[in-house]
Design a protein around this ligand. Structure first.
Ligand code: AMP
Length: 409
């Protein structure tokens, strides 16, 4: 027996159904804001990932050498790869760029509740504007995703440029040193002692973190412009600093009821694309952890799928098999998910298989039906059956759509 690698999961058919449903909902919200999908390779040169990802992520990157001796890394997030694509390929497209992705990412972390080594990011990047409208758009879009999925949620909002300013004022001017301290703050580490040990006075920073009023201009603007239903969900937390080096301004995290870790996060990164050799393009983005959303949704019983019509066509003898293929195709054209009995089972066995799989309609084709150009349709939900002319199948199923979902009818 082989086991799964630590921190990975298998998704069985019922799990996938649930995941795809969430994914579809998120995709719909992203697309309704006019974001377009993008995909990059699963692995990148390690240098690209190391450049701006932050200490936390650098430490947890899966690195390997390929047979040509190149040092590669499995992507731990999508913002850096997308910044590379923008710098190389999309620089002359009309701005702003609105891009989204839903894909797997990898981090070598200690697995625990809501934390895996392979997980999925669903995110957006809004590129080309440094105006506050774009921050408002991305935060609102995040709120809309959680609202559409039915969550009770809140958003933490901070501003790393404020922290960077204070650090500069107290003498920490080196960007790398600033990043280190930001990541320390992010992890709840003892930044005060660290600053003191380096000869810096941490008091101004402590003061910033303890101010009660919303005192940054950017945050005030965001709260003013957001729709009330979204701004009501915002909690300002100037200590929020996120674990990535590339953030330059507002940062935010999304939390839902029942899960104490963030389901999503993001922020403004105005220098990343330039760092990768592109033009100076300010940008703001966010990423949701699909797996955490799924975990929270499952526990809250938030998502129930509407019933989908399924059918199975059962030929009762060899003679009926060919016609069964035709009938299956016709049903699929009507938008009904259709299986053909391929196990050669007797009727009773096929019917109990159908009920176990939640298939509602069994279409039974015997030689009698074959001759009369009809088929026996058994509605397993109602326990009724009737013989129907093949030409009237559409009418039969149309009459049922009133209480069921069947898209193409
Ligand atoms: P980050 O940009 O690192 O905050 O990632 C964005 C989102 O991805 C987080 O808010 C989490 O929901 C999710 N996430 C981060 N790390 C993991 C992990 N190891 N396993 C599952 N989800 C994660």
């Amino acid at each position: 027996m082989f086991r799964r690698p630590k921190g990975t999961r298998d998704f069985l058919p019922e799990d996938m159904k649930f995941r795809r449903h969430i994914e579809k909902t998120i995709r719909k919200v992203f697309e309704s804001y006019s974001y377009e999908e993008i995909l990059t390779p699963t692995f990148e040169y390690f240098d690209l990932i190391a450049e701006k990802s932050g200490e936390e992520i650098r430490r947890s990157v899966y690195v390997f050498e390929d047979k040509g001796g190149r040092t590669l890394a499995l992507r731990p997030e999508m913002t850096a790869p997308i910044a590379r694509v923008i710098a190389n390929e999309l620089r002359s497209r009309p701005k702003p760029l609105r891009l989204y992705y839903i894909t797997n990412v990898f981090r070598y972390e200690e697995p625990q509740r809501g934390r895996w080594r392979e997980f999925w990011h669903a995110g957006v990047e809004l590129v080309g504007s440094s105006r506050v409208e774009s921050d408002v758009e991305v935060i609102s879009l995040g709120c809309e995703v959680l609202e559409t999925l039915g969550f009770k949620y809140y958003v933490k909002l901070g501003d790393v440029s404020e922290i960077r300013n204070v650090l500069s004022e107290i003498g920490v001017t080196d960007e790398r040193e600033q990043n280190l301290i930001l990541s320390m703050i992010d992890r709840g580490g003892d930044y005060s002692s660290y600053l003191e040990s380096k000869g810096f006075d941490p008091r101004a920073l402590n003061e910033l973190f303890s101010t009660r009023e919303v005192n940054t201009e950017k945050i005030r603007q965001v709260l003013n412009l957001m729709e009330d239903k979204f701004s009501d969900r915002v909690i300002v937390d100037l200590k929020l600093s996120r674990g990535l080096d590339y953030y330059t301004g507002l940062v935010f995290e999304f939390y839902v009821e029942g899960l104490d870790v963030a389901v999503g996060g993001g922020g403004r990164y105005d220098k990343l694309i330039e760092t990768f050799g592109g033009p100076r393009l300010p940008a703001v983005g966010l990423a949701f952890g699909l797996d955490r959303i799924e975990l929270a949704a499952k526990e809250r019983n938030l998502i129930s799928e509407s019933e989908v019509m399924k059918a199975i066509v059962i030929p009762l003898s060899e003679k009926c098999v060919k016609k069964s293929f035709e009938i299956s195709s016709a049903l699929r054209e009507l938008g009904i998910i259709t299986e053909l009995e391929v196990m050669g089972r007797k009727l009773n066995k096929s019917l109990s298989y159908a009920s176990e799989k939640g298939i509602r309609f069994a279409l039974i084709l015997g030689e009698k039906e074959l001759e009369s150009n009809t088929i026996t349709v058994k509605d397993l939900k109602k326990g009724e059956q009737e013989e129907i002319e093949l030409g009237k199948l559409k009418k039969y199923f149309k009459s049922i759509t009133r209480d069921t979902v069947c898209t193409s009818l």
